[in-house]
Design a protein around this ligand. Structure first.
Ligand code: APR
Ligand code: ZN
Ligand code: ZN
Length: 361
């Protein structure tokens, strides 16, 4: 029997989101219904609402979530009702060319639930990133559920489902930050601050946080930045070089997603160093760099999709570190809000007032 629950829906391009009753089918083969406990508000939700991702309205928003599995369909063996899970948008297929080469964190064929959730009039919903978790319950592919230790706070745990994982993974997985490295992080919102935290976890000796907002620099310092640079007041590249013996950082993580900050990252990097792009650009943006510098400076230019994470490997490990007091995920939860406050939270996010607003259900 399907169930009806309350959820946040974006009905049309640019219109404020609304609280609606939606219909969640019983899980079919390979699917799970999850009772959501917490879901963070991410830029991607706002991009969906603005029509920046696709035109498949209405969208069921929300995707940085944790909750408890309520029911599973036939053939589901990895999770069971009662499991506390973080939802992911990388349910690895095991069969694509990346998976077959032993690189499942690049899986090119991740899957979502096959059945559709609907409005009460039968209109099919498009769940954000195949999740749709600003809802009391949601339907996902069972592979989108990663079981973690129940003792973690749902608000903090859910954030690993997207932005915070992206930042931590940009440092640990993509950038391979190691003990003693120097790291610069350009843009210290939720994603960049998480990259600072990941760099600290990896044992980086020097972590330089760069932002144009002093509030973000304060948070970055609390999370482990050893130096901060307000790039409105001083040149980011000069400042990073000054703080690294004139050379530049071993790893520079770009967490804004703009050509000018990418160029800063490129030149704030030591010879043979690594640039990681984890900020998400928009379609019209173009990057211009002297090709001779790309060649001559050597090293590695990478992008990081979802922090190149493997949810089954990374989520339980990071939650264990969190429970040991070694990974301050609570620092990302600026405020907790109710389901009907998502629209207001978009505004605060847009103004840069929060790292994350988290809906508690
Ligand atoms: N130089 C340095 N920092 C900048 C600049 C700039 N020119 N422009 C913006 N910033 C800072 C902002 O002050 C803010 O702290 O970048 C940060 C962006 O953070 P958020 O808006 O909180 O975004 P976040 O969730 O961290 O995501 C960062 O990754 O997922 C993508 O779409 C997302 O592209 C965005 C990026
Ligand atoms: Zn695959
Ligand atoms: Zn997100």
């Amino acid at each position: 029997m399907s169930q009806q629950v309350r959820a946040v829906v974006a009905r049309s391009k640019g219109a404020p989101v609304s609280l609606e009753t939606i219909v969640v089918p019983d899980p079919g083969p390979g699917e799970a219904v999850v009772r959501i406990e917490a879901c963070g508000v991410c830029h991607t939700d706002l991009h969906y609402r603005e029509g920046g991702i696709s035109d498949d309205f209405p969208f069921l928003l929300g995707h940085e979530a944790a909750g408890v599995v309520e029911a599973v369909g036939d053939g589901v063996t990895d999770v069971a009702p009662g499991d506390f899970v973080i939802l992911n948008w990388r349910a690895v297929c095991g069969q694509c060319r990346a998976c077959l080469r032993g690189r499942p964190w690049y899986c090119f064929n991740t899957h979502n639930a096959e059945q559709r959730m609907t409005l009460t009039d039968g209109t099919e919903l498009s769940p954000a990133l195949g999740i749709g978790a600003f809802a009391e319950k949601t339907l996902v592919a069972a592979g989108q559920c990663t079981k973690v230790d129940r003792r973690a706070s749902a608000a903090a745990a859910g954030l690993l489902g997207c932005g915070v994982m992206a930042g931590i993974g940009a440092a640990l997985n993509t950038g391979s930050v190691g003990r003693g490295d120097s790291v610069a992080v350009i843009g210290c919102g939720g994603v960049g601050a998480a990259a600072v935290l990941g760099s600290k976890l990896a044992g980086a000796a020097r972590i330089i946080a760069v932002d144009i907002d002093d509030r973000k620099l304060d948070t970055a310092r609390r999370l482990g930045a050893t130096h901060t640079v307000n790039s409105k007041e001083s040149d980011a590249v000069d400042a990073v070089r000054d703080l690294t013996g004139g050379f530049g950082a071993d790893v520079v993580i770009e967490a804004v997603g703009r050509p000018e900050t990418y160029r800063q990252a490129f030149y704030a990097r030591d010879l043979a160093g690594t640039v990681v792009l984890v900020g998400v650009p928009t379609p019209e943006m173009k990057l211009e760099l002297p090709l001779l510098d790309v060649f001559g400076r050597g090293g590695t230019l990478k992008s990081s999709w979802y922090g190149d994470c493997l949810p089954s490997r990374d989520f339980p490990m990071l939650i264990d570190l969190y429970l040991q007091g070694r990974l301050d995920l609570d620092a990302f939860v600026t405020e907790t809000i109710a389901l009907d406050e998502v629209e207001k939270a978009f505004e605060r996010m847009h103004n840069g007032d929060v790292l994350r607003s988290v809906v508690l259900l």
